[in-house]
Write a protein that binds this ligand. Structure first.
Ligand code: SF4
Length: 458
């Protein structure tokens, strides 16, 4: 039973049985959240109109219904097939609060929450709007999809999590907005295969604050770039459309950082791994990206000792690394995972050889990383302060450093910098992993770089 104090929704459902099911799902969710459903415009605080756009008569009926709801109530959210037809609704009824396409329960709920806040729930409302986060308050992971359509032979993730399922773009952006409002300064976009975002839903149009947006990585990245915080992309395969992201990085809309898991550079090994990439293409692409955005930081991971990997394959991997000059590299020795097709491959590489190859790769990459970090000495950089160490230095990160996996910037005189906020620093030293800096304008004494040890190269 509705309590009179609960916010009340009026609902008009038009169209075919598929639209009817969408209406049922939306109404079920609204009721579960404590909204009341009322049969008249006058008794409603807001009206949702689920439209049909199949034939001209249906379009006319839907537009009339929207007009009627606007005249009688004034607060109207439009969903359904007509919403997917470009600007048809907004052209005739510019005062509607939001427009979504069909099968867009989450987006409708998001629009309702924006214009008619969810009723108080004494249990749920003990939680902050962004939910419970295990990360520090100033950064958060933003998962945009689940599962994977690839079938890399060393991996069982598709068996465990299924094929790719992209989250609706409006829902992802709403979550990102809520996080930013709660104090998050850096969003870390993650998934199994970030570049594939939207493939499963054929890049269908979703809605964010009434704006139609394609479910596509480029569209999502551009919209996230409007939120005014650092947006960092992880697990991006070097597909052609990733090229579109680089100008956004050069313009400062996205952090100039790409985490591209390449795994190997020998075409033979990549084929045995069934990887969705080609090393020559990847190298050419990296050069092109850097020409557009010279500040681009590239991170990747590699597997050495995959079954059948020969000395020549490994030499090809080292050659690739020398040519690509990646900034951060993680290197793992191959180990079988129960259920992975690679377990059945011939010519396993002896453990000692795997270890030797890992050490060789790490030594090469250490020199590359050190050289690239040396190139930053003397530069002024914006950093995000993560904390303060026992010696009173701020531990911060530049755009080149993802939390937990990359190096850091020690700001030696930064003990008083506010944690979770940005600061301007000047770099004065570097080692293989980290940078050393002081706040801009400071004259504090410079300390020598300290050495750190670690397994995976950064
Ligand atoms: S390694 Fe990555 S791309 Fe390959 S199947 Fe596993 S999750 Fe998918």
């Amino acid at each position: 039973m509705n309590r009179t104090s609960d916010p009340q929704i009026g609902f008009v459902s038009l169209g075919c049985p598929k639209a009817l099911v969408d209406s049922e799902q939306i109404l079920t969710r609204l009721r579960a959240e404590g909204y009341g459903i009322v049969p008249s415009y006058e008794a409603a605080d807001l009206v949702v109109v689920n439209t049909c756009g199949f034939i001209d008569a249906a379009v006319a009926e839907s537009l009339d219904a929207i007009g009627e709801a606007l005249a009688a109530n004034g607060k109207v959210i439009v969903t359904g097939c007509l919403g997917a037809k470009g600007n048809t609704v907004r052209d005739l009824h510019p005062s509607v609060l939001a427009v979504t396409g069909p099968h867009a329960c989450e987006e409708v709920l998001t629009a309702v929450h924006t214009h008619l806040p969810r009723p108080h729930d004494p249990f749920l409302d003990l939680l902050p709007p962004q939910g419970i986060k295990l990360t520090p308050r100033h950064y958060a992971y933003l998962k945009i999809s689940e599962g994977c359509n690839h079938r890399c032979t060393f991996c069982i993730i598709p068996q465990l999590r299924g094929d790719l399922v992209s989250r609706p773009i409006g829902e992802v952006l709403q979550e990102a907005e809520t996080l930013v409002r709660s104090g998050v300064r850096e969003l870390l976009v993650i998934s199994q295969d970030t570049s594939a975002y939207g493939v499963d839903v054929r890049y269908r149009t979703g809605f964010w604050n009434g704006r139609p947006l394609k479910t596509h990585l480029s569209t999502l990245a551009a919209a996230l770039g409007e939120l005014g915080v650092w947006v960092r992309l992880h697990y991006v395969y070097p597909y052609p459309h990733v090229d579109d992201l680089i100008p956004l990085m050069a313009e400062g809309k996205l952090v100039p950082y790409l985490d591209v898991p390449l795994q190997h550079a020998s075409p033979r090994v990549l084929k045995a791994m069934k990887r969705p990439a080609n090393a020559d293409d990847a190298l050419a692409r990296i050069h092109r990206w850097r020409a557009i955005c010279p500040d681009l930081t590239l991170r990747s991971t590699f597997i050495v000792g995959f079954p059948g990997e020969t000395d020549a394959d490994f030499a090809q991997l080292l050659e690739f690394l020398a040519a690509a000059e990646l900034d951060r590299v993680g290197c793992f020795t191959y180990s079988p995972v129960e259920g992975a097709p690679a377990n059945a491959l011939a010519d396993p590489v002896p453990e000692a050889v795997k270890q030797e190859r890992q050490a060789q790769l790490m030594a090469l990459q250490a020199a590359i990383s050190a050289k690239r970090l040396q190139g930053k000495i003397g530069r002024a950089l914006t950093v995000l302060v993560d904390g303060v160490d026992e010696a009173g230095a701020a531990i911060a990160r530049s755009t080149a450093d993802a939390p937990e996996i990359d190096g850091v910037v020690y700001v030696e005189n930064g003990g008083k910098l506010p944690v979770g906020e940005f600061a301007e620093v000047q770099i004065h030293a570097a080692d293989e992993h980290d940078l050393y800096a002081e706040t801009v304008g400071s004259r504090s004494p410079k300390r020598k770089p300290r050495r750190k040890s670690g397994v995976a190269l950064k």
